[in-house]
Each structure stands twice: as structure tokens, then as C-alpha cells.
Design a protein. Structure first.
Ligand code: NAP
Length: 521
């Protein structure tokens, strides 16, 4: 069994006390153990802030982008090992592990490229100067300065690879040192990636620290002007928000939480039309991929009332062909949930939804391939439907292969239903009607972080409802947490502070090239 150590203050350190055990969710075998108990977190955080921060700030954006390039190379070199770990610890088939692992490498490489195009400056200008006095005698220029604190990442279990690097890439490019605390259940993959990057000596001392195991004391070790980026459930986010450092506003928080995302079929679409077929394909893909354990997965499907039965049949027919079980078996298309505890969560969430919906396709009776149902956390997909959807169907996030179909009578009702998720990460619209697509984009953008339009000419080219591309903003308002990540270079904003510099215009012109000697905090 592997012992996952913590990487703090430039050293690998084992935690004390009784460690948590990481399991293979298909066989139940114990794989690794992790503990963060007994670490001197304030000292570890100070090392990251002072040592890592100073070293990163001494570099330009382009030099830090070059470091990211090397990180991407290191991760690519160990790709096969990461797939083995994901298979064992997350129970995912190759295609699902790729979303996490290749998604991570792609995102780091993307930010390396973007960063290489940034000016050789130590900070970023935000627009040009605006006059404040007559005759242009005095003006203001806005600037983005890299934060001098550290960024603590607390991540969810479903993306141990991408979840780290989609945050780390913009943070490191900004010159901000990071401390990553992965979810314990799948921390092995994060640990291995950090270990490979540390071994390769790519990043300066203190730029990257790792805490594996419990989260006790993490928030207490934060200092004013540090940053906290959290991905996980809305309940945990609420606990973090109640911590004194966050209540006082000393620490800036970005939270990515639950989301009951929707897919909407346009009023023009009928059975057999490209929009209809694409929606069906996409819903099935989203239910199958990572066994529905994606924060962006489709949970609700809104269709014209006249198409309700046809959509139910078409989705059910494709769900029936999904083989579920041990991801090591060549015939298996859908692996496991992350743990038995997560299987129990999904089953109890499904029971809640069933109180308000009919079962249109029931995966419960499906035999597992090469997996013992008494041990494995495997579960076949279930499609529910309700002709009069109650609030519980809009508010319950079941983090597994479950979605609910609901009919709408007109587009106003379709948009109103989607908005009942109280703020979501993504909605996708399938239609050949430009008005419906444009109106849907406007109606839903206020309550959704991303609106994904799929018209017939984009049926092949579109990037997928649930795929988070680094070019596009990821996050959502309301219950989705209110956070914003990615979106190209916009991601750097969280790791910078915007300020207004006022002065005479000739003095302001000298701002971009300024280089400050390192000074004590
Ligand atoms: P979770 O139980 O909220 O845990 C998330 C992280 O928070 C883990 O690292 C966990 O550590 C840590 N944590 C738990 N309690 C804490 C506390 N009191 N103080 C500090 N840290 C604490 O979520 P999960 O079960 O891992 O992930 C599933 C959820 O994440 C779903 O609701 C999903 O929608 C959401 N999610 C959202 C996004 C997004 O981008 N919006 C992406 C992925 C997942 P331990 O593992 O050690 O308990």
C-alpha cells in the first residue's frame, strides 16, 4: 500500500496518527493511505508565501509560461502511469480517465502558450489612461498586480488531475505559489503528479506544496491577502464561508459547487432531426461519462411537450446499450462511482427524485460485468421523467448517472424551468432555429456560467456540453458557487489585484516597464 506523504516547506513529510485509506472502488482493495495530521501548517504556508512567492515574482509572465511548458512535458512523460492510477483509484474507463488526465495536460499547455504571448512585464496594464484633469495634466491608469499571498486549492474527488492543473496553471503564470489539498478519496493521482513535477525540479522552491489527508487547520493557516479556491459541494462551501478569515474578508474565495445543469431541445426539433439526435447523444454521453460524476453533467432535460415520449424512448434505447462494471474489462463502457459511500449518496438522492418523478429507464436490474454488486460502487444509468416537475427535481443534485426529463409548452416556460436550478454551471440548447438559440443565450446567461449552443452545422465540431475548455469561462452564479475560473487569460484576474494608479500622464507611461526589487511583506 502506498503512503501518500505531504510536500511542505520543500520536504516530503508523513502525517501522524491514523491515516485515511484510499480504495479501489471496484474491488474494494486498499491502495494507499494519507494523513496530514501533525504538520506545521503555518510554517509550511509561510515558506510557500515567502520562498515560492519571491521566486515566482522574480520571473516575467513569459518565463513562468516556460515553466508551465516544462510541467506539461513532465506530465505527458508519465501519462501511462496516471491512467493506471485513475483506473485503480477512480474506477474509470480509459476515455473517462482521459477527460481528467489529458484535460489537465492540455490546460497546462494552453496556459503555457497564452503566457508566452504576454509582455515581458512584471504586472498587467488594464486598459489605457483616463484623464482626470483639464489639459491632460493628471490621469488614472488601472493595473493588475500579482497577489503576494498564496493560493490554497481545496479540490473535489472527481478531477484529481484536471482539478489541480486548471487552477495551478493560471496561478503559477500569475506568479502566485500554490498549496493543493486534493479530496482524500482520489488524492493518489494528485500526489503522483506533484511528486513527478517536484522530482523534475521544474518549479522554484515553495511554488508548489501538497497536503494529503484531512483538512483540519488549513483555513486557520491562511493570512490576510491569501486566496482560497474551493471545488466541492455547496454544503462544504457554506462551512468554509463561515470561517473567520472569510467572514472578515481577509481571504478572497472562489467557489465552484453543485449545479443542476440543463439541456433544452428547441421547439423546431422533431424525432429524427439533427437537433433531436444530437441532444439524445449528448444526454447519454453526459450520463455515461465518469458515471455522471461531473459538476457540468446534464441533470435536467427540457423538451417540447409533443416530443416528450419520443425523447424518452430514444434516450432509453441508447442507455440500454451501456455496459457497466469493472473498467479493466474490454466490454465495459462505464466504470464505477468513486466509492461505496458515493454510491450510497447517489442512491439516496435518486430515491428523493423518485418521489416526484416516474422512472423512464431503470438501470437497477442491469447485471455488472466482472464486478461484485456487493462490493463494487458501480451503477447503471437511470432516466426519470415528470410532466409537472416539482421544485425538488430542480434543486437536487444527484452526482451520478441520473437525469430527469421534463416537457415545456413554450420557450418562455423552457427558459423558466432551466432557471429554477437557482444558478447553474451550464445549459445547452439544441436547435436549428437561430431565434431560439439567441433568445435562450440571453435568457439563460444571467443564471448560467456557460451557454452551449448546438445547431446542426456544429453537431460534430461542438466541444461537448460538459467539457470545460480553458478558453471558456467555468463557474456559475447562485448555487453553483458564484466562482469564475478559466476563460483564457481572464483566469489570471483572480490571482491579481486591480488598482488605480493616478499621476501625470508622462509618469504613468513608465508603469509597464517598472521592476521592483523584492521587498519584505
Ligand atoms: P466535498 O465533500 O465538498 O469535498 C470537497 C473538498 O473539500 C475535499 O477536498 C474535502 O476533503 C474538503 N473538505 C471537506 N470538508 C472540509 C472542511 N470543513 N474544511 C476544508 N475542506 C473540507 O465534495 P466532493 O464530494 O469531493 O465533490 C463532489 C461535489 O463537488 C459535487 O457536489 C460537485 O457538484 C462538486 N463539484 C463542483 C465542480 C465545479 O467546478 N463547480 C467540480 C467538481 C465537483 P476530504 O476529501 O478530505 O473530505
Amino acid at each position: 500500500m502506498h503512503l501518500l506523504q505531504n510536500y511542505v516547506a520543500g520536504q516530503w513529510r508523513a502525517g501522524q496518527g491514523q491515516p485515511a485509506t484510499l480504495h479501489d472502488p471496484v474491488t474494494g482493495a486498499a491502495l494507499a493511505s494519507a494523513s496530514s495530521a501533525g504538520l506545521d501548517l503555518p510554517a509550511a504556508f509561510a515558506w510557500a508565501r515567502e520562498r515560492g512567492g519571491a521566486a515566482l515574482r522574480a520571473l516575467t509572465y513569459a518565463q513562468r509560461a516556460a515553466l508551465l511548458s516544462r510541467v506539461a512535458e513532465v506530465l505527458s512523460a508519465h501519462r501511462d502511469k496516471y491512467f493506471d492510477i485513475a483506473l485503480a483509484n477512480s474506477g474509470t474507463v480509459q476515455a473517462d480517465s482521459a477527460i481528467d488526465i489529458d484535460g489537465a495536460i492540455y490546460t497546462v499547455a494552453y496556459y503555457a502558450k497564452q503566457g508566452a504571448r504576454l509582455a515581458e512585464d512584471a504586472w498587467r496594464m488594464d486598459g489605457t489612461a483616463d484623464p482626470l484633469a483639464r489639459d491632460d495634466a493628471y490621469a488614472v491608469r488601472h493595473v493588475w498586480t500579482p497577489a503576494r499571498g498564496l493560493a490554497l486549492f481545496i479540490n473535489a474527488f472527481n478531477f484529481p488531475a484536471w482539478g489541480l492543473w486548471e487552477k495551478a496553471a493560471p496561478a503559477l503564470l500569475s506568479g502566485v505559489p500554490i498549496v493543493i489539498k486534493p479530496a482524500t478519496a482520489t488524492a493518489w493521482l494528485t500526489h503522483e503528479m506533484v511528486s513527478d513535477v517536484v522530482k523534475a525540479g521544474v518549479l522554484p522552491d515553495g511554488a508548489l506544496s501538497l497536503i494529503c489527508g484531512g483538512s483540519a487547520g488549513l483555513l486557520d493557516a491562511l493570512r490576510p491577502l491569501d486566496l482560497l479556491s474551493f471545488t466541492g459541494s455547496a454544503d462544504t462551501a457554506a462551512q468554509l464561508r463561515a470561517h473567520p478569515a472569510l467572514l472578515r474578508g481577509d481571504v478572497r474565495l472562489n467557489a465552484e459547487t453543485d449545479s443542476v445543469n440543463s439541456a433544452l431541445l428547441g421547439p423546431d426539433a422533431v424525432a429524427g432531426s439533427p437537433a433531436f439526435d444530437t441532444l439524445v447523444r449528448e444526454v447519454v454521453r453526459e450520463m455515461r461519462a465518469k458515471s455522471g460524476q461531473k459538476c457540468t453533467a446534464i441533470r435536467r432535460i427540457m423538451v417540447p411537450a409533443g416530443q416528450y415520449d419520443a425523447v424518452a424512448q430514444a434516450i432509453s434505447a441508447q442507455l440500454a446499450r451501456i455496459t457497466v462494471g469493472n473498467p479493466r474489462h474490454a466490454d465495459v463502457k462505464m466504470g464505477s462511482l468513486v466509492s461505496r459511500a458515493q454510491l450510497d449518496n447517489v442512491q439516496s438522492g435518486l430515491a428523493v427524485l423518485r418521489t416526484a418523478a416516474d422512472v423512464l429507464f431503470d438501470g437497477a436490474g442491469q447485471a455488472l460485468i466482472d464486478a461484485d454488486p456487493a462490493v463494487a460502487a458501480c451503477m447503471a444509468p437511470t432516466l426519470l421523467g415528470s410532466r409537472q416537475p416539482q421544485a425538488v427535481l430542480h434543486h437536487t443534485e444527484v452526482f451520478g448517472p441520473v437525469a430527469t426529463l421534463m416537457p415545456y409548452r413554450d420557450t418562455a416556460q423552457a427558459f423558466a424551468l432551466a432557471r429554477q436550478g437557482d444558478g447553474s454551471l451550464v445549459a445547452s440548447l439544441y436547435s436549428d432555429d437561430s431565434d431560439f438559440l439567441a433568445q435562450g443565450a440571453q435568457a439563460l446567461s444571467e443564471s448560467h456560467g456557460r451557454v452551449h449552443l448546438v445547431s446542426p452545422e456544429a453537431a460534430k465540431a461542438h466541444t461537448g456540453h460538459g467539457n470545460v475548455m480553458p478558453q471558456a469561462l467555468h463557474g456559475g452564479p447562485g448555487r453553483a458557487g458564484g466562482g469564475q475560473e478559466l476563460g483564457g487569460l481572464r483566469a489570471l484576474d483572480f490571482y491579481h489585484r486591480r488598482s488605480a494608479i493616478q499621476g501625470a500622464p508622462p509618469r504613468l507611461q513608465a508603469l509597464p516597464e517598472a521592476r521592483v526589487p523584492e521587498f519584505a511583506a
